[in-house]
Design a protein around this ligand. Structure first.
Ligand SMILES: NC(=O)c1ccc[n+]([C@@H]2O[C@H](COP(=O)([O-])OP(=O)(O)OC[C@H]3O[C@@H](n4cnc5c(N)ncnc54)[C@H](O)[C@@H]3O)[C@@H](O)[C@H]2O)c1
Length: 412
């Protein structure tokens, strides 16, 4: 079998998650690095066996090529070294071990686009003016970069992963519900409701490149762009990677429901010190994340307990996100009880393997001719597109059944 050559295009290519993806992929491509496979679902025995794809033969990690878009100055090597300094978010020495590979990726990073990205993201690039081009012209510019990446590296498949800073929310009532309504707005910058993440998404969709939206930004999570993805035959996976506190919610809330225990309130305080945390300090950008973290509770329990989610930037914590959750619940005869947990996770180390897993999995969807939201990938996201359940256990079994070929994803 001739192994395929695949490309992964990272939007936000010098961010914390992207730099960890780059170093992680370089480490995976190095023979004998077993530590690098920890946290990769597609490398676990749960997705292995005669019914499952043999990823390492069809497209080994060494055959993946990285490129991307970025709006910030600096280099990928600097971004990786910054992660090492942030309380060991990357093991010390790993960035320099892969300096040559990171430099090569840097040369494939193209200037990104900002469009209605919000003041917190604009502040990442002080002094650089926002383009006056129409949204359609920006989509064409992104498409040209994607196609040049595919052609110059002779890639069989390219996956686009949105890993850029969280944008402010896009209110649903400002979004046209069909592609025919949205399409003409792309020529009118002043009345187009989309932000940059959706322009990247549209470029990927129209280039036939499977899309992962790991951020809470809108991306392709709206009816008009999902319709466009189905028409273009492009699979979609989004949105907002489920790596920490929300992962625990999606495991624990079903337990309360299944034991008929009544959750009265669920309070989650999150402390975060990296650049993502700094962008989320802006109230608009923070709203996108809070909506994404809060929405699943009522769906999982069947009623809405009092809930509160806070996100505070605490610079000294670096990439080590700390979540403290307090769950107040009642048992038999109304007796009150409490569950509290503290989660201290290294954000980028939790996120990067999921991005790599998703890259593999969404190429499977493309090969199977599936398009639009791939609901079998819901286990990876806080606000999954087209999901049938928010329960992590249900989502994971659906993933296994889909990967083994027993079930298809819901294609219209
Ligand atoms: N780390 C996790 O566990 C986790 C979980 C779920 C979601 N996310 C989301 O993933 C995203 C990335 O997180 P991070 O920690 O890497 O953040 P980060 O701030 O380190 O990186 C984001 C990068 O995106 C760049 N960027 C911003 N706007 C851009 C644009 N329009 N075009 C191109 N590049 C742009 C920034 O310059 C920055 O380098 C965030 O939206 C975050 O909320 C992360």
């Amino acid at each position: 079998m001739v192994a395929k050559k695949r490309g992964l295009w990272l939007v936000g290519a010098r961010g914390g998650v992207a730099a960890t993806v780059a170093v992680g992929l370089a480490e995976l491509a190095r023979a004998g690095s077993e530590a690098a496979t920890v946290g990769l679902v597609t490398e676990s025995p749960l997705l292995a066996g005669p019914d499952f794809p043999s990823w390492n033969q069809e497209a080994p990690w060494s055959s993946w090529v990285l490129g991307g878009h970025e709006v910030r100055a600096g280099t990928l090597l600097e971004a990786a070294r910054e992660l090492e300094r942030q309380n060991g978010a990357l093991p010390v020495g790993l960035a320099d071990r892969h300096a040559t590979t990171l430099d090569a990726i840097d040369r494939r990073i193209r200037p990104g686009v900002r469009f209605r990205s919000g003041t917190a993201i604009d502040a990442l690039t002080p002094g650089s003016p926002t383009s006056s081009a129409t949204p359609r012209a920006l989509v064409e510019q992104i498409k040209a970069d994607l196609i040049a990446f595919r052609e110059s590296n002779q890639l069989d498949q390219v996956v686009v992963a949105i890993l850029s800073s969280t944008e402010p929310p896009t209110p649903a009532d400002t979004l046209p519900t069909t592609w025919d309504q949205l399409n003409p707005l792309l020529d009118r910058a002043e009345s187009c409701p989309l932000r940059a993440s959706s322009l990247y998404a549209l470029a990927a969709i129209e280039s036939g490149m499977p899309l992962i939206n790991f951020t809470p930004s809108l991306g392709a999570s709206c009816a008009a762009l999902e319709e466009r993805a189905v028409a273009c035959g492009t699979p979609l996976a989004g949105r907002d990677g489920k790596t920490g506190e929300t992962l625990l919610k999606s495991v624990l809330a079903p337990m309360f429901a299944k034991r008929a225990l009544r959750v009265e309130s669920w309070v989650g305080h999150n402390l975060l010190g990296n650049r993502d945390g700094a962008v989320l300090a802006d109230p608009d950008n923070k709203r996108s994340k809070i909506d994404s973290k809060d929405a699943l509770l009522a769906r999982l329990l069947g009623y809405a307990p009092q809930s509160l989610v806070s996100i505070e930037p605490i610079a000294s914590l670096g990439d080590w996100k700390t979540a403290w959750d307090h769950v107040h619940f009642r048992g038999f005869l109304g007796v009150p009880m409490t569950l509290q947990f503290t989660w201290q996770g290294c954000d980028s180390a939790l996120a990067a393997p999921l991005v790599l897993d998703l890259a593999r999995l969404i190429t499977l969807a493309e090969e199977r001719g599936e398009a639009g939201p791939i609901n079998a990938l819901a286990a990876f996201f806080k606000s999954p597109q087209g999901a049938v359940s928010d329960d992590f256990g249900v989502q994971f079994e659906r993933l296994r059944a889909w990967v083994s070929g027993l079930e298809r994803s819901s294609v219209p």
